[in-house]
Design a protein around this ligand. Structure first.
Ligand SMILES: C[C@@](CO)(OP(=O)(O)O)[C@H](O)COP(=O)(O)OP(=O)(O)OC[C@H]1O[C@@H](n2ccc(N)nc2=O)[C@H](O)[C@@H]1O
Ligand SMILES: Nc1ncnc2c1ncn2[C@@H]1O[C@H](COP(=O)(O)OP(=O)(O)O)[C@@H](O)[C@H]1O
Length: 293
């Protein structure tokens, strides 16, 4: 008889969430801010593997594993597992989840949110239990405002506090370079430091952008309303943006989310070269590049 091997783990990329534009248009009475954002998911992310085990366990590895604060139970991955089992009426599954943390933590690219959303999708496949989309969306929202958008890692327009989602535009071939000066900024602190919360809405998003210049032309009419407050709290964000803006191969540079990660958009073939030259000049920064979608 052939030797039996344990089934290979299910592996997914939990993609970074990038806010190409982020307008803060108001604040609810509970303190949460109203946002309008064009969100994309480049092919850059954490790795999550799920396999059967004797008990529920989370293994953390990768370059940024040590930066995740708090006990394992506070990790959004385990919170996602427990909430999913409860909502689906299932016992807590005996699985080992291995997170290879490649995205910097607290960095405006929703690493934790994407990990949680990807775990929910992996659990659906593992258990064969598919919750109705509205229930999965509500469960995701209970884990964090950015988790619902990460359930569908495709271009989306996000409104409300992150809970109102619409399909985003078709995007042209485009490269993206992500840069973090290895500084974590606290999302609530950046929201608190903003001087204005009633900024103008996102301009109407077309159904598709056929060329990179159409995309960057549109984005130039948009903003990240958290950027100035984040730079006030962390001057290194301003340094990153100055370097990205000075590179003639980069068509648009901006901060994502509450920072400190910034992005540059470019022709796809320039992305690896830009990454290489940034690494040579700034070995202290975290830098990644890839296709935008
Ligand atoms: C700012 C954004 C933009 O995409 O991205 P990140 O910087 O986190 O990547 C998100 O709205 C972040 O979403 P997320 O990080 O999931 O937020 P949560 O955990 O739900 O909330 C953390 C804290 O941020 C504030 N918060 C969050 C979302 C929102 N729409 N308004 C807020 O005021 C609240 O003070 C809340 O206590
Ligand atoms: N799986 C996870 N990955 C990253 N951070 C996590 C995770 N689970 C919980 N956290 C906590 O969530 C907070 C926000 O992390 P993260 O999602 O990386 O922020 P951001 O959305 O700003 O990029 C941090 O305080 C971190 O310790």
């Amino acid at each position: 008889m052939a030797p039996s091997h344990p089934p290979s783990p299910r592996v997914e990329l939990a993609r970074a969430k990038v806010n190409l534009a982020l307008h803060v248009t108001g604040q609810r009475s509970d303190g949460y801010h109203l946002l309008e954002s064009l969100v994309v998911f480049p092919q850059i992310g954490d790795r999550i593997a799920l396999e059967s085990s004797e008990k529920l366990e989370l293994v953390l590895e990768g370059p940024f594993a040590r930066d995740i604060e708090g006990p394992a139970e506070a990790n959004l991955i385990l919170k996602a597992v427990r909430s999913f089992a409860e909502r689906a009426g299932l016992p807590c599954p005996d699985i080992r989840l291995t997170l290879t943390k490649r995205l910097p933590v607290s960095s405006g690219i929703g690493g934790g949110s994407s990990d949680a959303a990807t775990t929910l999708r992996l659990l659906e496949d593992f258990t064969g239990t598919y919750l109705p989309e509205e229930e999965l969306h509500a469960l995701a929202l209970s884990l964090g405002a950015d988790v619902p958008v990460c359930l569908i890692p495709e271009p989306q327009i996000m409104r409300g506090i992150g809970d109102e989602l619409a399909t985003g535009p078709d995007l042209p071939a485009c490269g993206i370079v992500l840069v973090n000066p290895k500084a974590g900024v606290s999302t609530p602190e950046v929201f608190r430091s903003m001087t204005r919360r009633d900024n103008p809405a996102l301009p109407l998003v077309p159904e598709s952008f056929d060329t990179l210049s159409q995309l960057t032309g549109y984005l130039a009419s948009c903003r990240n309303d958290m950027q100035d407050a984040a730079i006030q709290l962390c001057g290194r964000i301003g340094d990153v943006l100055s370097v990205l803006k000075a590179d003639s191969r980069i068509d648009l540079a901006r901060m994502s989310g509450s920072g400190a990660t910034c992005f540059g958009l470019c022709e796809p073939e320039h992305a690896p070269d830009i990454e290489r030259s940034l690494r040579a000049d700034h070995p202290e920064w975290w830098i990644a590049s890839g296709p935008l979608s």
